[in-house]
Design a protein around this ligand. Structure first.
Ligand SMILES: *Cc1c(COP(=O)(O)O)cnc(C)c1O
Length: 454
Protein backbone atom coordinates (compact mmCIF):
# COMPACT_ATOMS: atom_id res chain seq x y z
CA UNK A 1 0.00 0.00 0.00
CA UNK A 2 1.46 3.36 -0.99
CA UNK A 3 1.22 5.43 2.18
CA UNK A 4 1.47 8.72 0.31
CA UNK A 5 -1.65 7.86 -1.66
CA UNK A 6 -3.78 7.29 1.43
CA UNK A 7 -4.18 10.79 2.76
CA UNK A 8 -3.61 14.11 1.03
CA UNK A 9 -2.83 16.86 3.50
CA UNK A 10 -2.05 20.28 2.09
CA UNK A 11 -0.43 22.99 4.16
CA UNK A 12 -1.95 26.40 4.73
CA UNK A 13 -0.22 27.92 1.70
CA UNK A 14 -2.62 25.86 -0.44
CA UNK A 15 -5.64 27.40 1.27
CA UNK A 16 -7.79 28.90 -1.53
CA UNK A 17 -7.76 32.71 -1.67
CA UNK A 18 -11.21 32.89 -3.25
CA UNK A 19 -14.57 31.14 -3.00
CA UNK A 20 -16.11 29.75 -6.19
CA UNK A 21 -19.47 30.91 -7.52
CA UNK A 22 -21.13 28.31 -9.80
CA UNK A 23 -23.63 30.82 -11.22
CA UNK A 24 -20.85 32.19 -13.43
CA UNK A 25 -20.68 28.83 -15.24
CA UNK A 26 -24.32 27.74 -15.50
CA UNK A 27 -26.06 27.42 -18.88
CA UNK A 28 -29.19 29.18 -17.53
CA UNK A 29 -29.55 31.78 -14.76
CA UNK A 30 -31.08 30.61 -11.46
CA UNK A 31 -34.43 32.17 -10.44
CA UNK A 32 -34.05 34.91 -7.81
CA UNK A 33 -35.79 35.60 -4.49
CA UNK A 34 -39.21 37.21 -4.78
CA UNK A 35 -41.10 39.60 -2.54
CA UNK A 36 -44.11 37.58 -1.30
CA UNK A 37 -46.48 40.56 -1.71
CA UNK A 38 -45.44 42.05 -5.05
CA UNK A 39 -43.82 38.89 -6.49
CA UNK A 40 -41.01 41.16 -7.75
CA UNK A 41 -37.34 40.11 -7.46
CA UNK A 42 -35.70 41.41 -4.29
CA UNK A 43 -32.71 43.73 -4.51
CA UNK A 44 -29.71 44.18 -2.20
CA UNK A 45 -31.42 46.92 -0.23
CA UNK A 46 -34.47 44.85 0.67
CA UNK A 47 -32.36 41.79 1.47
CA UNK A 48 -30.12 43.97 3.66
CA UNK A 49 -33.02 44.51 6.02
CA UNK A 50 -32.93 40.81 6.83
CA UNK A 51 -29.27 39.83 6.26
CA UNK A 52 -25.99 41.64 6.80
CA UNK A 53 -25.58 43.92 3.77
CA UNK A 54 -22.37 42.17 2.65
CA UNK A 55 -24.17 38.83 2.61
CA UNK A 56 -27.18 40.34 0.82
CA UNK A 57 -24.77 41.57 -1.83
CA UNK A 58 -23.11 38.13 -2.12
CA UNK A 59 -26.54 36.55 -2.43
CA UNK A 60 -27.15 38.39 -5.70
CA UNK A 61 -23.63 38.69 -7.14
CA UNK A 62 -22.53 36.20 -9.80
CA UNK A 63 -18.78 36.78 -10.26
CA UNK A 64 -16.92 33.48 -10.55
CA UNK A 65 -14.43 34.27 -7.79
CA UNK A 66 -15.01 36.06 -4.49
CA UNK A 67 -12.05 36.97 -2.31
CA UNK A 68 -12.05 35.30 1.12
CA UNK A 69 -11.48 38.06 3.72
CA UNK A 70 -8.07 37.73 5.37
CA UNK A 71 -9.44 37.36 8.97
CA UNK A 72 -11.63 34.47 7.78
CA UNK A 73 -8.71 32.87 5.96
CA UNK A 74 -6.60 33.16 9.12
CA UNK A 75 -9.25 31.20 10.99
CA UNK A 76 -9.71 28.66 8.19
CA UNK A 77 -5.96 28.03 8.42
CA UNK A 78 -6.49 26.57 11.92
CA UNK A 79 -7.87 23.39 10.33
CA UNK A 80 -8.00 23.89 6.56
CA UNK A 81 -7.28 22.55 4.04
CA UNK A 82 -9.01 19.51 5.51
CA UNK A 83 -7.46 16.17 4.54
CA UNK A 84 -8.73 14.16 1.61
CA UNK A 85 -8.56 10.53 2.71
CA UNK A 86 -8.70 7.35 0.67
CA UNK A 87 -11.00 4.96 2.54
CA UNK A 88 -8.90 1.88 1.81
CA UNK A 89 -10.24 -0.14 4.73
CA UNK A 90 -13.81 0.58 3.74
CA UNK A 91 -12.96 -0.44 0.16
CA UNK A 92 -11.45 -3.68 1.47
CA UNK A 93 -14.49 -4.44 3.64
CA UNK A 94 -16.74 -3.94 0.61
CA UNK A 95 -14.33 -5.91 -1.58
CA UNK A 96 -14.84 -3.29 -4.27
CA UNK A 97 -12.52 -2.31 -7.11
CA UNK A 98 -13.76 1.31 -6.64
CA UNK A 99 -11.45 3.91 -5.15
CA UNK A 100 -13.31 5.74 -2.38
CA UNK A 101 -12.18 9.12 -1.03
CA UNK A 102 -13.70 11.34 1.60
CA UNK A 103 -13.16 14.97 2.55
CA UNK A 104 -12.79 15.16 6.33
CA UNK A 105 -14.95 18.15 7.32
CA UNK A 106 -15.39 16.36 10.65
CA UNK A 107 -12.06 17.96 11.65
CA UNK A 108 -13.32 21.54 11.93
CA UNK A 109 -13.30 23.07 15.45
CA UNK A 110 -17.06 22.52 15.79
CA UNK A 111 -17.04 19.17 13.99
CA UNK A 112 -18.78 19.93 10.70
CA UNK A 113 -18.58 21.81 7.41
CA UNK A 114 -20.92 24.49 8.84
CA UNK A 115 -17.97 26.33 10.39
CA UNK A 116 -16.91 27.40 6.89
CA UNK A 117 -19.95 29.68 6.67
CA UNK A 118 -20.44 30.38 10.40
CA UNK A 119 -17.11 32.21 10.60
CA UNK A 120 -17.72 34.08 7.35
CA UNK A 121 -21.20 35.22 8.36
CA UNK A 122 -20.07 36.43 11.79
CA UNK A 123 -17.17 38.27 10.15
CA UNK A 124 -19.43 40.14 7.71
CA UNK A 125 -21.92 40.98 10.46
CA UNK A 126 -19.14 42.59 12.50
CA UNK A 127 -17.78 44.41 9.47
CA UNK A 128 -21.27 45.76 8.67
CA UNK A 129 -21.73 47.07 12.21
CA UNK A 130 -24.33 44.46 13.23
CA UNK A 131 -24.38 43.86 17.00
CA UNK A 132 -26.47 40.73 17.20
CA UNK A 133 -27.21 37.82 14.89
CA UNK A 134 -30.06 35.34 15.19
CA UNK A 135 -30.44 31.93 13.67
CA UNK A 136 -32.07 28.50 13.84
CA UNK A 137 -30.36 25.16 14.32
CA UNK A 138 -31.53 21.58 13.78
CA UNK A 139 -28.94 19.08 14.96
CA UNK A 140 -26.98 21.90 16.58
CA UNK A 141 -24.05 21.94 14.19
CA UNK A 142 -25.00 25.23 12.58
CA UNK A 143 -25.80 26.90 15.90
CA UNK A 144 -22.43 25.83 17.26
CA UNK A 145 -20.65 27.12 14.16
CA UNK A 146 -22.30 30.53 14.27
CA UNK A 147 -21.76 30.73 18.04
CA UNK A 148 -18.05 30.08 17.46
CA UNK A 149 -18.02 32.79 14.78
CA UNK A 150 -19.76 35.21 17.15
CA UNK A 151 -17.14 34.51 19.81
CA UNK A 152 -14.30 35.13 17.34
CA UNK A 153 -15.61 38.41 15.99
CA UNK A 154 -17.46 39.82 19.01
CA UNK A 155 -21.07 39.58 17.85
CA UNK A 156 -23.98 38.45 20.06
CA UNK A 157 -25.67 35.25 18.91
CA UNK A 158 -29.26 34.10 19.57
CA UNK A 159 -30.16 30.57 18.49
CA UNK A 160 -33.52 28.81 18.17
CA UNK A 161 -32.93 25.08 18.36
CA UNK A 162 -35.52 22.60 17.05
CA UNK A 163 -37.15 21.17 20.17
CA UNK A 164 -36.56 17.45 19.44
CA UNK A 165 -32.88 18.12 18.85
CA UNK A 166 -32.69 20.30 21.96
CA UNK A 167 -33.82 17.26 23.92
CA UNK A 168 -31.77 14.70 21.98
CA UNK A 169 -28.55 16.70 21.95
CA UNK A 170 -28.14 18.67 25.21
CA UNK A 171 -24.36 18.83 24.79
CA UNK A 172 -24.69 20.77 21.55
CA UNK A 173 -26.59 23.42 23.49
CA UNK A 174 -23.83 23.30 26.11
CA UNK A 175 -21.25 23.98 23.45
CA UNK A 176 -23.20 26.96 22.05
CA UNK A 177 -23.43 28.39 25.55
CA UNK A 178 -19.69 27.85 26.08
CA UNK A 179 -19.09 30.11 23.10
CA UNK A 180 -21.34 32.68 24.76
CA UNK A 181 -24.48 32.27 22.62
CA UNK A 182 -28.07 32.08 23.89
CA UNK A 183 -30.01 28.96 22.89
CA UNK A 184 -33.78 28.52 23.17
CA UNK A 185 -35.84 25.43 22.20
CA UNK A 186 -38.20 26.12 19.28
CA UNK A 187 -41.17 26.53 19.12
CA UNK A 188 -40.76 28.84 22.12
CA UNK A 189 -42.94 31.23 24.10
CA UNK A 190 -40.51 34.06 23.32
CA UNK A 191 -41.88 34.95 19.87
CA UNK A 192 -45.30 35.45 18.26
CA UNK A 193 -44.51 32.78 15.66
CA UNK A 194 -43.57 30.31 18.39
CA UNK A 195 -46.64 31.05 20.50
CA UNK A 196 -48.92 30.61 17.48
CA UNK A 197 -47.44 27.19 16.75
CA UNK A 198 -47.64 26.09 20.40
CA UNK A 199 -51.27 27.20 20.56
CA UNK A 200 -52.09 24.77 17.74
CA UNK A 201 -49.97 21.98 19.19
CA UNK A 202 -48.39 22.35 22.66
CA UNK A 203 -46.27 19.23 21.97
CA UNK A 204 -44.99 20.39 18.62
CA UNK A 205 -41.55 18.70 18.09
CA UNK A 206 -40.30 21.76 16.24
CA UNK A 207 -38.92 21.97 12.75
CA UNK A 208 -36.33 24.07 11.01
CA UNK A 209 -39.19 25.96 9.35
CA UNK A 210 -40.56 26.99 12.79
CA UNK A 211 -37.15 27.93 14.15
CA UNK A 212 -36.44 30.10 11.09
CA UNK A 213 -39.67 32.04 11.73
CA UNK A 214 -38.69 32.68 15.34
CA UNK A 215 -35.14 33.77 14.51
CA UNK A 216 -36.43 36.07 11.74
CA UNK A 217 -38.98 37.65 14.04
CA UNK A 218 -36.37 38.48 16.69
CA UNK A 219 -34.04 39.99 14.08
CA UNK A 220 -36.88 42.01 12.50
CA UNK A 221 -37.72 43.61 15.85
CA UNK A 222 -34.17 44.84 16.57
CA UNK A 223 -32.58 47.19 14.04
CA UNK A 224 -29.06 46.33 15.27
CA UNK A 225 -29.75 42.62 14.61
CA UNK A 226 -29.72 40.56 11.45
CA UNK A 227 -30.72 37.01 10.63
CA UNK A 228 -28.27 34.30 9.50
CA UNK A 229 -29.05 31.06 7.70
CA UNK A 230 -26.78 28.00 7.81
CA UNK A 231 -27.63 26.55 4.40
CA UNK A 232 -30.02 26.97 1.45
CA UNK A 233 -28.92 30.44 0.29
CA UNK A 234 -26.45 31.28 -2.46
CA UNK A 235 -23.98 32.99 -0.14
CA UNK A 236 -23.78 29.91 2.12
CA UNK A 237 -23.11 27.67 -0.88
CA UNK A 238 -20.44 30.17 -1.95
CA UNK A 239 -18.65 29.89 1.42
CA UNK A 240 -18.88 26.09 1.29
CA UNK A 241 -17.20 25.95 -2.13
CA UNK A 242 -13.86 25.95 -0.33
CA UNK A 243 -14.32 22.20 0.23
CA UNK A 244 -14.65 21.32 -3.44
CA UNK A 245 -11.88 23.71 -4.44
CA UNK A 246 -9.46 22.05 -2.04
CA UNK A 247 -10.63 18.61 -3.16
CA UNK A 248 -9.93 19.49 -6.82
CA UNK A 249 -6.28 20.12 -5.96
CA UNK A 250 -6.10 17.10 -3.67
CA UNK A 251 -7.55 14.67 -6.20
CA UNK A 252 -4.94 15.87 -8.66
CA UNK A 253 -2.18 15.29 -6.11
CA UNK A 254 -3.54 11.77 -5.66
CA UNK A 255 -3.29 11.32 -9.47
CA UNK A 256 -6.98 10.58 -9.58
CA UNK A 257 -10.28 12.27 -10.48
CA UNK A 258 -13.80 11.44 -9.29
CA UNK A 259 -16.29 9.74 -11.58
CA UNK A 260 -18.95 10.27 -8.91
CA UNK A 261 -19.23 12.99 -6.25
CA UNK A 262 -21.62 12.26 -3.38
CA UNK A 263 -22.93 14.41 -0.54
CA UNK A 264 -25.93 14.35 1.77
CA UNK A 265 -28.47 17.11 1.27
CA UNK A 266 -30.47 18.88 3.97
CA UNK A 267 -30.59 22.48 2.79
CA UNK A 268 -28.01 21.63 0.14
CA UNK A 269 -24.89 23.52 1.23
CA UNK A 270 -22.44 20.70 1.95
CA UNK A 271 -23.37 18.78 -1.19
CA UNK A 272 -23.10 21.93 -3.28
CA UNK A 273 -19.88 22.91 -1.50
CA UNK A 274 -18.09 19.73 -2.45
CA UNK A 275 -19.81 19.24 -5.84
CA UNK A 276 -20.01 22.68 -7.48
CA UNK A 277 -16.28 23.27 -8.08
CA UNK A 278 -16.24 19.86 -9.84
CA UNK A 279 -19.49 20.65 -11.65
CA UNK A 280 -18.07 23.97 -12.85
CA UNK A 281 -15.04 22.12 -14.21
CA UNK A 282 -17.31 19.51 -15.82
CA UNK A 283 -19.30 22.28 -17.52
CA UNK A 284 -16.24 24.22 -18.69
CA UNK A 285 -14.26 21.17 -19.83
CA UNK A 286 -17.13 18.86 -20.81
CA UNK A 287 -16.15 16.20 -18.27
CA UNK A 288 -18.58 13.34 -17.60
CA UNK A 289 -18.80 13.42 -13.81
CA UNK A 290 -21.89 12.24 -11.91
CA UNK A 291 -23.09 14.20 -8.89
CA UNK A 292 -25.42 12.49 -6.41
CA UNK A 293 -27.27 14.34 -3.63
CA UNK A 294 -28.58 12.03 -0.91
CA UNK A 295 -31.60 12.89 1.18
CA UNK A 296 -33.57 10.95 3.79
CA UNK A 297 -36.71 9.09 2.76
CA UNK A 298 -38.36 10.92 5.68
CA UNK A 299 -37.72 14.39 4.21
CA UNK A 300 -37.40 13.93 0.43
CA UNK A 301 -37.59 17.44 -1.00
CA UNK A 302 -35.57 16.80 -4.20
CA UNK A 303 -36.97 13.38 -5.05
CA UNK A 304 -40.61 13.97 -4.08
CA UNK A 305 -41.10 17.69 -3.62
CA UNK A 306 -42.64 20.18 -6.02
CA UNK A 307 -40.35 22.64 -7.81
CA UNK A 308 -42.17 25.83 -6.93
CA UNK A 309 -41.95 29.16 -5.16
CA UNK A 310 -42.34 28.63 -1.43
CA UNK A 311 -41.51 30.21 1.88
CA UNK A 312 -38.37 29.22 3.74
CA UNK A 313 -40.21 29.17 7.07
CA UNK A 314 -43.50 28.04 8.50
CA UNK A 315 -44.89 31.49 9.32
CA UNK A 316 -44.29 32.83 5.78
CA UNK A 317 -41.87 35.61 6.78
CA UNK A 318 -39.07 34.88 4.28
CA UNK A 319 -38.90 35.94 0.65
CA UNK A 320 -40.30 33.39 -1.79
CA UNK A 321 -37.66 30.96 -3.00
CA UNK A 322 -38.01 28.78 -6.08
CA UNK A 323 -36.96 25.40 -4.79
CA UNK A 324 -37.82 21.75 -4.47
CA UNK A 325 -40.13 21.80 -1.48
CA UNK A 326 -42.40 19.62 0.57
CA UNK A 327 -44.33 22.72 1.63
CA UNK A 328 -43.30 25.13 4.38
CA UNK A 329 -45.88 23.68 6.78
CA UNK A 330 -44.40 20.19 6.45
CA UNK A 331 -43.02 18.76 9.71
CA UNK A 332 -40.84 15.74 9.01
CA UNK A 333 -41.03 12.74 11.37
CA UNK A 334 -38.46 13.01 14.18
CA UNK A 335 -35.78 10.89 12.59
CA UNK A 336 -32.25 11.34 13.81
CA UNK A 337 -30.38 13.28 11.18
CA UNK A 338 -31.53 16.65 12.55
CA UNK A 339 -29.54 18.54 9.93
CA UNK A 340 -31.58 16.97 7.12
CA UNK A 341 -35.03 17.93 8.41
CA UNK A 342 -35.70 20.95 6.21
CA UNK A 343 -38.76 21.14 3.95
CA UNK A 344 -36.97 22.87 1.07
CA UNK A 345 -33.78 22.53 -0.93
CA UNK A 346 -31.37 25.31 -1.86
CA UNK A 347 -32.72 27.22 -4.90
CA UNK A 348 -29.32 26.91 -6.59
CA UNK A 349 -29.18 23.14 -6.07
CA UNK A 350 -32.85 22.83 -7.10
CA UNK A 351 -31.99 24.74 -10.26
CA UNK A 352 -29.03 22.54 -11.27
CA UNK A 353 -31.15 19.49 -10.44
CA UNK A 354 -33.93 20.79 -12.69
CA UNK A 355 -31.31 21.35 -15.41
CA UNK A 356 -30.40 17.66 -15.11
CA UNK A 357 -26.82 18.39 -14.02
CA UNK A 358 -27.05 16.48 -10.73
CA UNK A 359 -28.94 13.38 -9.52
CA UNK A 360 -30.75 12.75 -6.25
CA UNK A 361 -31.63 9.66 -4.22
CA UNK A 362 -33.57 9.18 -0.98
CA UNK A 363 -32.41 6.55 1.52
CA UNK A 364 -33.99 5.25 4.75
CA UNK A 365 -32.37 5.85 8.12
CA UNK A 366 -31.45 2.29 9.17
CA UNK A 367 -29.31 1.46 6.10
CA UNK A 368 -27.57 4.82 6.63
CA UNK A 369 -26.69 4.00 10.22
CA UNK A 370 -25.48 0.56 9.09
CA UNK A 371 -23.19 2.35 6.66
CA UNK A 372 -22.01 4.67 9.45
CA UNK A 373 -21.24 1.68 11.64
CA UNK A 374 -19.13 0.04 8.93
CA UNK A 375 -17.38 3.35 8.31
CA UNK A 376 -16.55 3.68 12.02
CA UNK A 377 -15.28 0.10 12.19
CA UNK A 378 -13.11 0.46 9.09
CA UNK A 379 -12.00 4.12 9.00
CA UNK A 380 -12.25 4.80 12.75
CA UNK A 381 -14.28 8.02 12.55
CA UNK A 382 -17.81 8.16 14.02
CA UNK A 383 -19.73 9.98 11.27
CA UNK A 384 -22.62 12.38 11.84
CA UNK A 385 -25.95 10.67 11.05
CA UNK A 386 -26.35 13.23 8.26
CA UNK A 387 -23.02 12.19 6.75
CA UNK A 388 -24.09 8.52 6.96
CA UNK A 389 -26.45 9.27 4.07
CA UNK A 390 -23.48 10.16 1.87
CA UNK A 391 -21.53 7.13 3.08
CA UNK A 392 -24.51 4.86 2.31
CA UNK A 393 -24.78 6.04 -1.27
CA UNK A 394 -21.01 6.02 -1.80
CA UNK A 395 -21.03 2.41 -0.58
CA UNK A 396 -23.95 1.52 -2.85
CA UNK A 397 -22.09 2.98 -5.82
CA UNK A 398 -18.96 1.02 -4.80
CA UNK A 399 -21.03 -2.17 -4.63
CA UNK A 400 -22.34 -1.51 -8.15
CA UNK A 401 -18.70 -1.16 -9.25
CA UNK A 402 -18.04 -4.56 -7.70
CA UNK A 403 -20.94 -6.15 -9.60
CA UNK A 404 -19.86 -4.56 -12.84
CA UNK A 405 -16.14 -5.12 -12.23
CA UNK A 406 -15.42 -1.41 -12.77
CA UNK A 407 -12.82 0.56 -10.83
CA UNK A 408 -14.52 3.94 -10.57
CA UNK A 409 -13.41 6.79 -8.34
CA UNK A 410 -15.95 7.93 -5.77
CA UNK A 411 -15.56 11.10 -3.71
CA UNK A 412 -17.90 11.77 -0.81
CA UNK A 413 -18.14 14.51 1.75
CA UNK A 414 -17.79 13.51 5.38
CA UNK A 415 -19.74 16.58 6.43
CA UNK A 416 -19.25 16.06 10.16
CA UNK A 417 -18.50 13.75 13.07
CA UNK A 418 -21.16 12.15 15.25
CA UNK A 419 -19.66 12.60 18.73
CA UNK A 420 -22.83 14.30 19.92
CA UNK A 421 -25.01 11.62 18.35
CA UNK A 422 -23.93 8.64 20.40
CA UNK A 423 -27.45 8.06 21.71
CA UNK A 424 -28.60 7.43 18.13
CA UNK A 425 -25.87 4.85 17.61
CA UNK A 426 -26.50 3.23 20.99
CA UNK A 427 -30.24 2.97 20.26
CA UNK A 428 -29.38 1.59 16.85
CA UNK A 429 -26.98 -1.01 18.29
CA UNK A 430 -29.66 -2.08 20.76
CA UNK A 431 -32.13 -2.52 17.90
CA UNK A 432 -34.43 0.20 19.24
CA UNK A 433 -34.64 2.23 16.04
CA UNK A 434 -37.16 1.74 13.29
CA UNK A 435 -37.63 3.51 10.01
CA UNK A 436 -40.67 5.72 10.44
CA UNK A 437 -42.83 5.83 7.34
CA UNK A 438 -43.51 9.23 5.88
CA UNK A 439 -46.99 10.49 6.73
CA UNK A 440 -48.38 10.64 3.17
CA UNK A 441 -51.53 12.51 4.19
CA UNK A 442 -49.56 15.19 5.98
CA UNK A 443 -47.19 15.43 2.99
CA UNK A 444 -50.09 15.92 0.55
CA UNK A 445 -51.63 18.49 2.86
CA UNK A 446 -48.44 20.55 3.16
CA UNK A 447 -47.80 20.43 -0.58
CA UNK A 448 -51.35 21.50 -1.23
CA UNK A 449 -50.69 24.73 0.70
CA UNK A 450 -47.91 26.07 -1.51
CA UNK A 451 -48.23 29.83 -2.05
CA UNK A 452 -49.10 31.03 -5.55
CA UNK A 453 -46.40 32.12 -7.95
CA UNK A 454 -44.87 28.67 -8.53
C1 LIG B 1 -26.30 20.59 8.59
C2 LIG B 1 -25.57 19.37 8.23
C3 LIG B 1 -25.83 18.70 7.03
C4 LIG B 1 -26.90 19.08 6.06
O1 LIG B 1 -27.01 20.37 5.68
P1 LIG B 1 -26.65 20.92 4.22
O2 LIG B 1 -27.08 22.29 4.18
O3 LIG B 1 -27.38 20.06 3.26
O4 LIG B 1 -25.21 20.78 4.13
C5 LIG B 1 -25.08 17.60 6.73
N1 LIG B 1 -24.14 17.13 7.55
C6 LIG B 1 -23.86 17.73 8.71
C7 LIG B 1 -22.83 17.16 9.59
C8 LIG B 1 -24.57 18.88 9.08
O5 LIG B 1 -24.26 19.49 10.22
Amino acid sequence: MELNKTRCVLDAQHLPKTWYEIRADLPAPAPGLLHPGTLKPLGVEELSQVFSPSLAQQELATEREVEIPEPVRQLYALWRPTPLVRARRLEAALDTPARMYFKAESLSPTGSHKTNSGLAQAFYAKQDGIKRITTETGGGQWGTSLAYGGAQFGVEVDIFMVRVSYRQKPYRRGQMEMYGARCVPSPSETTEAGRAILLQNPHHPGSLGCAVSEALEVAAKDNKARYCLGSVLNHVILHQSIMGQEALVQMEMMDDYPDIVVGCAGGGSNFSGIAFPFLGKALREKKATRFVAVEPVACPSLTRGAYAYDFGDVAGMTPLLKMHTLGSTFTPPSFHAGGLRYHGMAPLLSHVYALGLVEAVAVPQIPCLEAGLLFARTEGIVPAPESCHAIRTAMDEALICKQEGKAKTILFNLSGHGHFDMQVYMDFLEGKLQDEALDEIHLKEAMGKLPTGG
